[in-house]
Structure formats: structure tokens, C-alpha cells
Write a protein that binds this ligand. Structure first.
Ligand code: PLP
Length: 426
């Protein structure tokens, strides 16, 4: 079949099933177009996108400014590799480091690569700056974490499906419960070999778990007191998703990370991906100050595509959109409406037990077992009713629309969600 032929949904699904590895379990919806908060399937049905490609499309589908920057750069220079300099990378590096308040950036492509990068930087810093004996460095991580799917990253996951039969695993990680400051204190003081603490400011994939308001600040203080690097994975929570440019900004709504804000918990290493490109292109980044980043020397880390001119142009445009369109403030305002209205429904519902989240990263917990297919069936019904969302971990549905949504659209979506949930009341 030629790729130019127009496929039906059934044909497209058959092709993926036959020729693609079965490493995902998608909802049976075949999308062929997107604009802003909407996507359309191949039969022309229109949906609200309430997943945003796992929070990558924060700026909305096919944002004209981002697509424009990408097209212009694609017609000029696409890839040089880092064997040579290019005239876009330095401009982007200055832009992103000033945007987030760090000395330096290391550009990569995917979120998992950026996490791997941060782990390597942390280990190298531990041996060369902290003075830990070779091969002894330990990094603390949290139970329920999701940082990607490489061999090292799944080594410290506690999702059996992601781990089983992929061993032997990478050593050097200590797992503690999330949002448990005593557990962190115990682990951090347990050995002089602790190099870093890797944490998601909100655990998105695990089901949108928001820690206690002072958890991150206390964790950072413990790291500082013990000369341990505080590494924030903001691949999912970053770029305005939770109502501030970074989740570690706390209650600050300005569009740039700023240390002047009292609620800002400054990471020693910041990991970004996904919406750093508005979902237009794989762009990820690791940011740190010189004292940490300068441990990396030529030949010790890299990627053929990392820092390519298209990525640089796209990321600048994507960050400008966040700023131009006040996306943090919009996420904050609409998120509060979402939780208030869904919360009112949940209070009298026996199918939904809880709504939680921050900004426009939210989840509804469905009243059924982890193993049940109720959340999946609700998502199928939501799709029929014109809204796309996906269960994350059994009975939890994550709701994360593009941040360019307006209030009228959000109210329409809330009405679809409530109407759909009512069909499942027991
Ligand atoms: C917190 C976090 N870190 C890392 C990743 C991995 O990103 P990628 O899928 O681009 O490798 C994800 C993906 O969902 C994530 O949520």
C-alpha cells in the first residue's frame, strides 16, 4: 500500500499491528491532523486532545510560530553534527540558559537521553568534585518514578512490566518512597557515597502524585547540607504545564525561572524535554552551572542530532510562545476551574473517587481495582464523545490538554467528561 493512499482507521491500525513492534497499547483512534487543542481522525471526527502527547504539545498542535521556525530552518540548514559549529546552537544556548537561569546547557533529543545525561554528569561530578571513590557513587531515586525506558533508567523503576527480563540492571541507585522526607534524610546520611537525588516534582506517569507543599524545598535543603546534587526531572511537569514555567517554581507565575521568587527550589541539574519543542521535534536539555557542567569534556557525552539547528530554532520559538501567550497563567487558572468543577462532581459520584493535580496536569481516580478495565472503557467512551485521554496505571485517567485552551473550550470538555463518567455510575 502506498503511503500516499488515504487509509481508513481500520487499515491504519492493521498496518501498525502487522509491521510495528507491539510496544504500546494505543486507543483505537487514528489521527491525521491537529490544530491548537483539537485533533481529527482519518474519518474527519474532531476531538479535544486531553493528553497533549504526554505533555509535549503544551503550545497546541501545529503552532504557526513553531512550525514557521522549523520550516525556515529546515530549508536553510538541518544538521551539521557537533563536529562543526553552527550559527543557531550558540544563540539557543544563550537563550535557554538565560530563560532558566543556569550557566550552561547540554542539548539532547529525547527525555530519556536527557535523564541519562544528568545521571552521567552527576556521577562524574561525584568522582571528580565530591571525591567519591571510583564506581562507588549512589544516586537516590523515588518509588513510582518514571524517567524513561533505557536500560539504566528501568534498572531503578519499580514497574515490573517495564523491568522484567531486561536485566542485568545498572547498579548504583537507592530507591526510597516518594514524598517522604524522613526516608530521604535517612538515605542521604546513610553513606558518604551519595551523589545525587533524582526526582519528579510531580509524579506524572505514576498517576499525577503531587507531593506535600514543602517536600521539594526540604529535599533541596537536605541535598545542600550533604553535598548531594538535587536533580529535577521536569520533562513532563516543565514548560508551564503545572501553572508555572517549572514545577519547582512553586507559586511563581512569571514565565521565566527566577531565584528571586521565595517559592523557587533551584535544581543543581534541571532536565527538560517534551514541550521544549511544543511537540514539533525531539528536543531535550540538561541545564547546570559551570561547577557541575564543566566536568564533561570533549568525547565524554553527545549525540549526532543533539543541538542541531532545527532543534535550536524550534526550541527558541516554543519558549517564546510560552512567554507570549502567558501559558503558565492560563494553565494555573484553567487547572483550578477543572479541579473545582470535577471535584464537585466527584463529591457525589461513585465512579470517580478523586481529582488531583496542579495547573493543567490532573488525574481522576476511578472507583475500581488497578487491574480493572473500567478506566480504559471510560477513555473509549470519552473518545466516542469527542475527547481523548488515556489511563495511566490501571484505574487512573490523566487529563493534560494543550495549555492554549480557553475557558469556553475547557467548560465544554468538563461537560463531556462529567456526562461520560455519569454513564459509568454504579
Ligand atoms: C518525568 C519524565 N521523564 C522522562 C521521560 C522520558 O521522555 P521520553 O519519552 O522523551 O524519552 C518522561 C516521559 O513520559 C517523563 O514523564
Amino acid at each position: 500500500m502506498s503511503v500516499l493512499e488515504k487509509l481508513t482507521s481500520a487499515e491504519a491500525i492493521d498496518l501498525e499491528n502487522k509491521y510495528g513492534a507491539h510496544n504500546y497499547h494505543p486507543l483505537p483512534v487514528v489521527l491525521s491532523r491537529g490544530e491548537g487543542v483539537y485533533v481529527w481522525d482519518v474519518e474527519g471526527k474532531k476531538y479535544y486532545d486531553f493528553l497533549s502527547a504526554y505533555s509535549a504539545v503544551n503550545q497546541g498542535h501545529c503552532h504557526p510560530k513553531i512550525v514557521g521556525a522549523m520550516m525556515e530552518q529546515a530549508q536553510t540548514l538541518t544538521l551539521t553534527s557537533r563536529a562543526f559549529y553552527n550559527d543557531k546552537l550558540g544563540v539557543y544556548e544563550e537563550y535557554i540558559t538565560k530563560y532558566f537561569g543556569f550557566d550552561k546547557v547540554l542539548p539532547m533529543n529525547t527525555g530519556a537521553e536527557a535523564v541519562e545525561t544528568a545521571l552521567k554528569i552527576c556521577r562524574k561530578w561525584a568522582y571528580e568534585k565530591k571525591g567519591i571513590d571510583e564506581n562507588q557513587a549512589q544516586i537516590i531515586v523515588c518509588e513510582g518514578n518514571f524517567h524513561g525506558r533505557t536500560t539504566t533508567i528501568i534498572s531503578f523503576s519499580n514497574d515490573e512490566n517495564a523491568r522484567k527480563n531486561f536485566g542485568p540492571y545498572t547498579a548504583g541507585f537507592i530507591k526510597i518512597p516518594y514524598d517522604d522526607i524522613e526516608a530521604l534524610e535517612k538515605a542521604i546520611t546513610s553513606s558518604p557515597n551519595i551523589a545525587g537525588f533524582l526526582v519528579e516534582p510531580i509524579q506524572g506517569e505514576a498517576g499525577v502524585y503531587t507531593p506535600a507543599a514543602d517536600y521539594l524545598a526540604k529535599a533541596k535543603a537536605l541535598c545542600e547540607a550533604n553535598n548531594v546534587l538535587f536533580i529535577a526531572d521536569e520533562v513532563q511537569t516543565g514548560i508551564a504545564r503545572t501553572g508555572s514555567i517549572l514545577a519547582v517554581c512553586g507559586n511563581c507565575t512569571c514565565e521565566k525561572a527566577c531565584e528571586k521568587q521565595s517559592t523557587y527550589v533551584a535544581p543543581d541539574i534541571l532536565i527538560l524535554g517534551k514541550a521544549l519543542s511544543g511537540g514539533a521535534y525531539p528536543v531535550s536539555a540538561v541545564l547546570a552551572n559551570d561547577a557541575i557542567m564543566n566536568v564533561i569534556k570533549p568525547g565524554q557525552h553527545g549525540s549526532t542530532f543533539g543541538g542541531n539547528p532545527i532543534a535550536a530554532a524550534v526550541a527558541i520559538a516554543a519558549l517564546e510562545v510560552v512567554n507570549d501567550e502567558n501559558l503558565s497563567q492560563n494553565a494555573r487558572r484553567l487547572g483550578a476551574i477543572f479541579r473545582e468543577k470535577i471535584g464537585a462532581f466527584v463529591a457525589n459520584s461513585n465512579i470517580a473517587t478523586l481529582v488531583r493535580g496542579k495547573g493543567l496536569l490532573n488525574a481522576i481516580v476511578i472507583n475500581d481495582t488497578e487491574e480493572s478495565d473500567t478506566a480504559w472503557n471510560i477513555c473509549m467512551k470519552l473518545a466516542e464523545n469527542g475527547l481523548l485521554a488515556k489511563p495511566t496505571h490501571g484505574n487512573i485517567i490523566r487529563f493534560a490538554p494543550p495549555l492554549v485552551m480557553n475557558e469556553e473550550q475547557l467548560l465544554d470538555c468538563i461537560s463531556i467528561i462529567i456526562t461520560t463518567l455519569k454513564e459509568f455510575e454504579k
